[in-house]
Structures are given as structure tokens and as C-alpha cells.
Design a protein around this ligand. Structure first.
Ligand SMILES: NC(=O)c1ccc[n+]([C@@H]2O[C@H](COP(=O)([O-])OP(=O)(O)OC[C@H]3O[C@@H](n4cnc5c(N)ncnc54)[C@H](OP(=O)(O)O)[C@@H]3O)[C@@H](O)[C@H]2O)c1
Length: 342
């Protein structure tokens, strides 16, 4: 970690991820000297608690990044595209939570437990953090891939509404209250956040559809998983489902391995894996659920078993807080590594 205190900016500081970045910096005692918070004109002027005092949110449109050393971008792809390079040009290291730069060849895409070495690559002053479903998948599968190799991944994700930001959280709250009060659930003034009602429902669509019938979210998980694991041609099939939980993404994984691996050996590997908490039958938490992982830092893995339909198959259930390890914590961990050289 840097020996001196750094000037830090959070763009999108009033959102689900940005506010968690602020909390995570404080909890992990990141060496923050000055901190600047940016959002749109909608929230400019709001005050946000920080330490014993409060910080004023600035309008990003009026932003200059002079003196900023580390800038977390948590305001969506369009904002990152426009303001990320400006912050980098002003000398900041940009850690981007949006998908905008994730596949850019000169922007490392990093999960510290998996490919921290990629931070040593040439980059444009911008480092990307993967999608909140990709992160738990790669943290859980990296040690298995290193031990016996991966030949194919089949995944189904069950994604919390906070993955859709603060409007997603509001939508589930509002729709649930409406339905319990025998009212029909309405959208907010900016239209519906999800393509169908989310309260008491599961929606097999996260983000927009692509021409091949998959969704953008599914395509992101496939491309990013390959990139972070350095397995560029790994066959991966994913179905992403939005479910009516507030925090915590869960993923059912079926993997085909290059060599057979007994489930007991897989559990032994996972017990030692960085960033992983293994849940086993007989434990207080025999398997993780979304409700268990909200507000926690680890990637939880449970239900580890051999796939009876394939001689080299393994099945796992993975869960992590999408806003924390899936977003804010991963970004702060990247900053902690980069800060050593500042
Ligand atoms: N939520 C997750 O689980 C998750 C996980 C991984 C990655 N991400 C990514 O992280 C980013 C933020 O997501 P989120 O869930 O935190 O969204 P969110 O709750 O909707 O928050 C968005 C933030 O961006 C700000 N913002 C929006 N448009 C802006 C503009 N034109 N100029 C300046 N600020 C603007 C908002 O400010 P106002 O208050 O002024 O509207 C708010 O602070 C997205 O790229 C998302 O894909 C999210």
C-alpha cells in the first residue's frame, strides 16, 4: 500500500456500487487523503457521510480531475467512455466498473485472486473490473483450472436486483409493496427497470438480446471469463436469470475438466483457494444462499459434487455479494495493488 495518503475520486458515488466503494475504502483503511465524489446533476450538492464528517457530491459535468491519483468509475459505460480517458490524461489511475473498456486490449481486466499479474501489463492508465457474475465464477474455477484444466463451462446465474443499480432495488421494493397491497405494480417515472415484473418472478433476460438469442449479460460473462482465466477459446454456455433477491448473485456451474477430479479432491483444492469460502454438508452453512452472502467479501462455494452424466464432470454452486466482491471490493483490491507504486 502507498506510504502516503492519496487523492481519490468516485464517479457515480451516489449509486449502489459507488456508495459501496466509499464504505469499502473506509473499512479497509485505504490511504485516502482527499476524496471527491461525483454524480449527475440529479444528486449534485447532496452530502454523504465520510468518517466523522460529510462530503459534498459534485456535478460530473463540471469536473476536473487535477490532482486525482485514483479514480473509481461506477456510473455506467457512457460516463466511463467520456470521462475515464480524461481522468487518465490528468494523471489518475482509473478503475472502471463499467463494461466499456473490459475487452480493450490495452486495458487489463483483473480479479486480484486470479490474474493480478495482468496489472503489470502495459495499460492506458485504465484498469477494468469484470461483471458481477464473472467475478465469482473465475474466483471459484481458477484453482480447479490450475489443478486439472477446464474444457467447458455451463452456467446458470440467479442475479439479484441490485445488479440493476439503485433503480433495480427500488423496483423490487415498490413492486412487492404494490402486489402485497393488491395494487398492480407500476414502473418509475423513467420507465420500467426490468423487462418484466420482478416481484415474485424470475426473468430469463438480463440486459438486451443479441441477434443469436443470447443476452448482452451472457455474452459479457463468456468473453470476460475467457479473458480473466487466459483461456481464450474455452467453450462456455451461460443463461443469466434475474431473481427477486436484493443482494447476492448465485451461479450453478457444471464444468468439464481436462482430467478427472474427484469431488473430495476438488473440495480440498477449494478449501485452500484465495478468496473462497467452501461450504460443506455438516457445516453451519452447508451451502451458501444469496441471503447468506449479502454484505460479505468472499466467494462462497458449495454443493461440490461429481457430475454423474460425464466422467470428467464437476458441479458447483457459487455465491457472492454482487455489489461487494462483484464490484466495489474487487475495484478497491485492484487499487490497493496499484497504490503500492504511487
Ligand atoms: N450493481 C452491481 O451489482 C454492479 C456490479 C458490477 C458492475 N456494475 C457496474 O457499475 C456501474 C454502476 O452501477 P450501479 O449499480 O452502482 O448503478 P446505480 O445504482 O444506478 O448508480 C449509478 C451512479 O452513476 C451516476 N450517474 C449516472 N449517470 C450519470 C451521468 N451522466 N453523469 C454523472 N453521474 C452519473 C448516478 O448518479 P445520480 O445519483 O446523480 O443519478 C449514480 O451515482 C455500472 O456500469 C454497472 O454496470 C454494477
Amino acid at each position: 500500500m502507498a506510504e502516503r495518503e492519496l487523492t481519490v475520486a468516485i464517479v457515480g458515488a451516489t449509486g449502489a456500487v459507488g456508495s459501496e466503494v466509499l464504505r469499502t475504502l473506509e473499512e479497509r483503511v485505504f490511504p485516502v487523503g482527499e476524496i471527491r465524489l461525483f454524480a449527475s446533476a440529479r444528486s449534485a450538492g447532496e452530502r454523504v457521510e465520510w468518517g466523522a464528517g460529510a462530503l459534498r457530491v459534485e456535478d460530473l459535468e463540471d469536473a476536473t480531475f487535477d490532482g486525482v491519483e485514483v479514480a473509481f468509475f461506477c456510473a455506467g459505460g457512457a460516463v466511463s467512455a467520456e470521462y475515464g480517458p480524461r481522468a487518465a490524461d490528468a494523471g489518475a489511475i482509473v478503475i472502471d466498473k463499467s463494461s466499456h473498456f473490459r475487452m480493450h486490449p490495452d486495458v487489463p481486466l483483473v480479479v486480484p485472486e486470479v490474474n493480478a499479474d495482468d496489472l503489470a501489463e502495459r495499460h492506458l492508465g485504465i484498469v477494468a473490473s469484470p461483471n458481477c457474475t464473472t467475478i465469482p465464477i473465475v474466483v471459484a474455477l481458477k484453482p480447479i483450472a490450475d489443478a486439472v484444466g477446464l474444457e467447458r463451462i455451463v452456467a446458470a446465474s440467479y442475479q439479484a436486483v441490485s445488479g440493476g443499480g439503485k433503480r433495480g432495488i427500488d423496483a423490487l421494493s415498490r413492486e412487492t409493496i404494490d402486489l402485497l397491497n393488491m395494487r398492480s405494480p407500476g414502473g418509475d417515472e423513467r420507465g420500467s427497470v426490468f423487462p418484466r415484473r420482478i416481484a415474485f418472478n424470475c426473468i430469463p433476460q438480463v440486459d438486451a438480446f443479441l441477434e443469436d438469442g443470447s443476452t448482452k449479460e451472457e455474452a459479457k460473462v463468456v468473453a470476460e471469463t475467457r479473458r480473466v482465466l487466459h483461456l481464450e477459446s474455452l467453450p462456455i454456455a451461460v443463461t443469466c436469470v434475474r431473481v427477486p433477491t436484493f443482494y447476492g448473485h448465485t451461479v450453478a456451474l457444471t464444468v468439464e475438466l481436462a482430467q478427472p477430479l474427484d469431488a473430495a479432491d476438488a473440495r480440498r483444492i477449494l478449501r485452500e483457494a484465495p478468496g473462497v469460502i467452501l461450504c460443506e454438508m455438516g457445516d453451519e452453512m452447508p451451502y451458501p444462499t444469496a441471503a447468506d452472502v449479502g454484505g460479505t467479501d468472499a466467494v462462497y462455494v458449495g454443493r461440490v459434487r461429481n457430475d454423474p452424466s460425464h466422467p470428467r464432470g464437476l458441479q458447483l454452486w457459487v455465491a457472492a455479494d454482487n455489489v461487494r466482491k462483484g464490484a466495489a471490493l474487487n475495484a478497491v483490491q485492484i487499487a490497493e495493488i496499484l497504490a503500492r507504486d504511487l
